[in-house]
Design a protein around this ligand. Structure first.
Ligand SMILES: C[S@@+](CC[C@H](N)C(=O)[O-])C[C@H]1O[C@@H](n2cnc3c(N)ncnc32)[C@H](O)[C@@H]1O
Length: 229
């Protein structure tokens, strides 16, 4: 975990500053963030991913599912196995991560894109999903969060769901002005245009990080549509 900090966050004047060199981290590490769940973070990931699958199963429309921030695709594969009748794809900003995902799971479709881009690439913006999952992505998109949520809203079908699955550090050192721990995330999404919060689940399993899940439905907010679509 500490290695990720020099690529993704850097100490600057006693605070953490966002660097965001995802390609660099994927080039220099076989298993960034220990996402294979085979190391120290394994138990946390197993618990969190089991909750992700349980909440995903409550979605009314599981026809097409997108995992955003899919990295090497380990969770994309879990989702595809759990929802065998669904079309499941993964998306990541890092072309190095996407190359690794394609190599590991050639049976699944993976795309390289920035979910915070404005506009989204047409190959993505023309698609609709019943479920979009932002998986362990929150701290890297904080500055672009309004745009990310607006983008995801346009990718969701009218009965679609957004599931945010994320670790929350006990001593959060970055981004507290935008989202301060899990309660701050709940407050933030409650105000997000075009969404309605359905479930907020917080778990402290005694691991290095707390675990949080937020499940949102889309609303038929006409103001949102006219300004964002
Ligand atoms: C902590 S990893 C999570 C990987 C995987 N979801 C998991 O839980 O094993 C975060 C991932 O988000 C990706 N990412 C960061 N910013 C992104 C953005 N703006 N758009 C798409 N992916 C992004 C990173 O490249 C990285 O692969």
């Amino acid at each position: 975990m500490s290695k990720s900090k020099s690529y993704i966050f850097k100490e600057r004047d006693g605070e953490l500053a966002f660097v965001g060199d995802f390609d660099g981290y994927y080039r220099d590490s076989d298993d960034p963030w220990e996402q294979s769940a085979n190391a120290q973070m394994g138990r946390y990931y197993q618990l969190s991913r089991a909750r992700l699958l349980t909440l995903a199963a409550t979605s009314p429309n599981l026809g097409r599912i997108l995992e955003v921030g899919c990295g090497h695709g380990h969770v994309t594969r879990l989702i595809a196995e759990r929802f065998a009748g669904s079309e499941v794809c993964g998306l990541d900003i890092s072309s190095v991560a996407i190359a690794g995902a394609r190599q590991r799971y050639p049976q699944l479709p993976f795309f390289c894109a920035n979910i915070g881009a404005s506009p989204l690439p047409p190959a993505l913006s023309s698609q609709r999903f019943g479920l979009v999952i932002l998986n362990q992505l929150l701290w890297y998109i904080l500055d672009d969060l309004p745009q990310v949520l607006a983008n995801v809203r346009t990718l969701l079908a009218s009965d679609g769901r957004l599931l945010i699955s994320n670790a929350f550090a006990r001593e959060q050192r970055y981004g507290t002005a935008i989202i301060d721990h899990f309660d701050g995330a709940v407050r933030y999404v409650r105000q997000a245009p075009g969404y309605r919060l359905l479930q907020a689940r917080f778990d402290d399993d005694g691991e290095e990080h707390d675990d949080g899940h937020l499940l949102l439905a889309v609303t038929s907010d006409t103001h949102f549509r006219s300004t964002n679509q």
